[in-house]
Write a protein that binds this ligand. Structure first.
Ligand code: AOS
Ligand code: ZN
Ligand code: ZN
Ligand code: ZN
Length: 406
């Protein structure tokens, strides 16, 4: 069925030189990984509110994630966190995921929740603690081999609160030494995605504070190490789409942790605070996708799109639905950019026409397009409405309160 709004939209886009069949084919290529921890209770340092129906174990987290994928077709894999999702038998978790139409995605080591790591994990001045941290990284490589995961996402809370607290240069060497050992353990198809963050939990210096440090480390480690951009991990005013374009050009953009921020690493639902930023990130990615250099194309095709959010007050499954739908909406809008038009305007020095060519794509309402796409794919046309009308949210209430949390 093509409704009138869609026919009009198709006509409008045709006149701008945008073919909706091509747009729809690209929409089909979008997959967004959701994080197991986004289905559990999480909070701020002040309070973790316990919600009814929260998964009690990793198996139930996958059951909830399956709802998101079933309704949207967007979220076929789930990242897990070790030890939050530690199980006896990862083969069993993998089969459970597969029986639900899902795969286990990135493995996230946890080097920030033990007393031993108070003064650092892989950068701790105590060699025994560095050994312990490196062993955990190696354990995660083994888990990734069992789960068939390609990516291991690395985030370190390592840093200091005061000048003099740690030797910054020694810590840099220790980080490289530990990650070098981990790198050697990777299977040829595996990747290390290195996350950076400007501050928090450490407030004076962070060992991997920005994309340049993560990039430099990745380069020293080798081609299987790439940079992971968490959209909440920059200082105010940072131009994230510039970082994205730069890293793609260096073939070192491994993936994203999507979320929204207004102040710090707020980890709010992606696309709620600054959807234009997300659109501009996709605009950069899509403009690189048509580069003649195959290495750039391959970098773009292997970007891992992942959500990293903390659902403190919102219902978890609807929050995750909102998140993946928001990403899809901005991706769809970015697919409406006419790159030749932008380039032609830029080449003749017409600043306003170039800016207009980018922004006008953002200003279209893509609801008719997404409705038509979902219908064609046999997906729910209204994923959020269908979820809320289903009994799933009520059925899981039998799990009670006090489910998984960090
Ligand atoms: C922390 O700020 C990072 O974004 C990490 O990706 C972290 O592992 C994730 O938030 C789960 O704790
Ligand atoms: Zn993150
Ligand atoms: Zn974040
Ligand atoms: Zn973060």
């Amino acid at each position: 069925m093509t409704d009138r709004a869609y026919s009009l939209f198709e006509e409008q886009q045709g006149a701008r030189g945008i073919n909706l069949n091509e747009v729809k084919a690209k929409l089909k290529g979008l997959s967004i990984e959701t994080p197991s921890w986004g289905y559990g209770d999480s909070g701020t340092r002040f309070k973790v509110f316990q919600k009814e129906g929260v998964p009690r174990n990793p198996f139930e987290k996958f059951e909830d994630a399956a709802q998101v994928h079933k309704l949207t077709g967007l979220a076929p894999s789930v990242a897990i966190h070790i030890p939050w999702d530690k199980v006896e038998d990862y083969g069993k978790l993998k089969s459970h995921a597969e029986s639900l139409g899902l795969a286990i995605g990135a493995i996230n080591p946890n080097l920030f929740q033990e007393d031993d790591y108070m003064l650092g994990s892989v950068t701790n001045a105590d060699a025994a603690i560095r050994r312990k941290a490196t062993d955990h990284l190696l354990e995660c490589v083994d888990i990734a081999k069992e789960t068939g995961s390609r990516d291991i996402s690395l985030w370190f809370a390592d840093g200091t609160n005061y000048p003099g607290q740690g030797n910054i240069r020694k810590r840099k060497a220790w980080m490289q030494e530990s990650l070098g050992e981990m790198y050697k353990a990777l299977a040829p198809n595996m990747r290390m995605l290195i996350e950076y963050k400007c501050f928090e939990p450490a407030f004076y210096h962070t060992d991997l504070a920005d994309w340049g440090m993560a990039y430099n480390l990745a380069q020293k480690l080798g081609p299987q190490a790439e940079v992971l951009v968490d959209t909440g991990h920059h200082l105010q005013g940072a131009n994230i789409e510039h970082i994205v374009a730069y890293l793609i050009d260096e073939k070192r953009l491994g993936g994203f942790h999507f979320n929204s921020r207004k102040y710090a690493d707020d980890d709010l639902i992606v696309g709620t605070v600054n959807p234009y930023e997300l659109f501009l990130i996709f605009y950069q990615i899509l403009s690189a996708a048509s580069d003649r250099d195959e290495a750039i194309q391959s970098c773009v095709n292997n970007i891992a799109y992942m959500i990293d959010q903390s659902h403190n007050i919102e219902a978890k499954i609807p929050a995750m639905l909102r998140s993946v739908l928001n990403v899809q909406t901005q991706f769809a809008k970015a697919l409406l950019v006419n790159h030749e038009e932008v380039e032609a305007a830029a080449n003749r020095g017409d600043v306003l026409a170039a800016e207009h060519a980018v922004r006008s794509a953002f200003e279209f309402d893509v609801a008719p397009l997404l409705r038509s796409y979902r219908e064609e794919q046999g997906l729910s046309v209204d994923p959020m409405g269908d979820y809320l009308a289903s009994s799933y949210g009520k059925d899981i209430a039998v799990r009670g309160k006090g489910g998984a949390s960090w």
